[in-house]
Design a protein around this ligand. Structure first.
Ligand SMILES: Nc1ncnc2c1ncn2[C@@H]1O[C@H](COP(=O)(O)OP(=O)(O)OP(=O)(O)O)[C@@H](O)[C@H]1O
Length: 229
């Protein structure tokens, strides 16, 4: 599903954020990306969602060579990728229902299909009761669930989450993890999650890729050590 082959990314200021990275993530996997600040985690996510393009090497996601995408094609490519950030980024003047529907309207789905899918998503993220509420009327955990609902509304092949629990207390973080697991299992979405939260990584065991200074320094399958470069 995701293949990086010899990928390097240097920013204009000369920072080498990703160095000669090669890794494979299978369809349906749930993978953590961990590592100290500045190790390249967000850059890795940006290379997957097409926000950044590698200087060398190849990034293939769901059959698309992301680095070779024409500028105009990027928005179409992005429909395959759901993105969730630490801050919720919901549209403040739209209800939760409308926020989720908006993602589907933007890709031109018809009204009946949108209504059906939004109801389905609200149920999946346990926010049926909040359909008519505005983001400011929801708790942080609920807002993050709504954001996740919006990100997966059009059934993307991959969900990338950059510190999705970064602003939440442990109980709410666990709730988000259970939701991401449910999406991974029920919707068969490949999940790539950047996190600093070692408690979560210990509790919800998944393949864990550790980065340091732009390199993959460990790749551990559910706690078992499989690779060190
Ligand atoms: N747009 C940019 N322009 C220039 N340098 C950047 C840019 N984005 C990131 N960097 C640099 O690239 C390196 C990797 O950054 P990145 O954001 O990928 O790390 P990170 O592991 O996600 O860090 P954090 O845990 O602090 O979010 C850092 O040295 C950072 O300062």
């Amino acid at each position: 599903m995701i293949d990086l082959m010899g990928v390097s990314k240097t920013y204009k200021n000369g920072v080498h954020a990703i160095k000669n990275m090669t890794l494979h993530i299978d369809e349906g996997e749930f993978v953590y990306i961990i590592g100290p600040t500045g190790s390249g985690k967000s850059t890795f996510i940006k290379l997957i969602d097409g926000e950044e393009i590698p200087d060398s090497g190849t990034v293939i996601v769901a059959g698309t060579d992301v680095g070779k995408l024409k500028f105009k094609k990027v928005p179409y490519y992005r429909r395959n990728i759901g993105v969730v950030f630490q801050d919720y980024r919901l549209l403040p003047n739209l209800t939760i229902f409308e926020n989720i529907a908006f993602a589907l309207e933007a890709i031109g789905q018809d009204k009946a299909t949108i209504r059906k899918r939004v109801r389905e998503v609200l149920e999946l993220v346990s926010l049926e009761e909040k359909a008519r509420s505005f983001p400011r009327e929801l708790s942080g955990g609920q807002q993050q669930r709504a954001t996740i609902g919006r990100a997966i509304a059009n059934k993307p092949k991959v969900l990338v989450a950059d510190e999705p629990t970064g602003n939440l207390d442990p109980e709410k973080s666990n709730e988000i993890m259970r939701l991401l697991e449910k999406i991974n299992e029920e919707e068969k979405t490949t999940v790539v999650m950047v996190t600093h939260d070692s408690t979560l990584v210990d509790e919800f065991k998944k393949r864990t890729i550790a980065l340091e200074e732009g390199y993959v320094v460990a790749d551990m399958m559910k706690g078992g050590y499989i690779k060190h470069e």
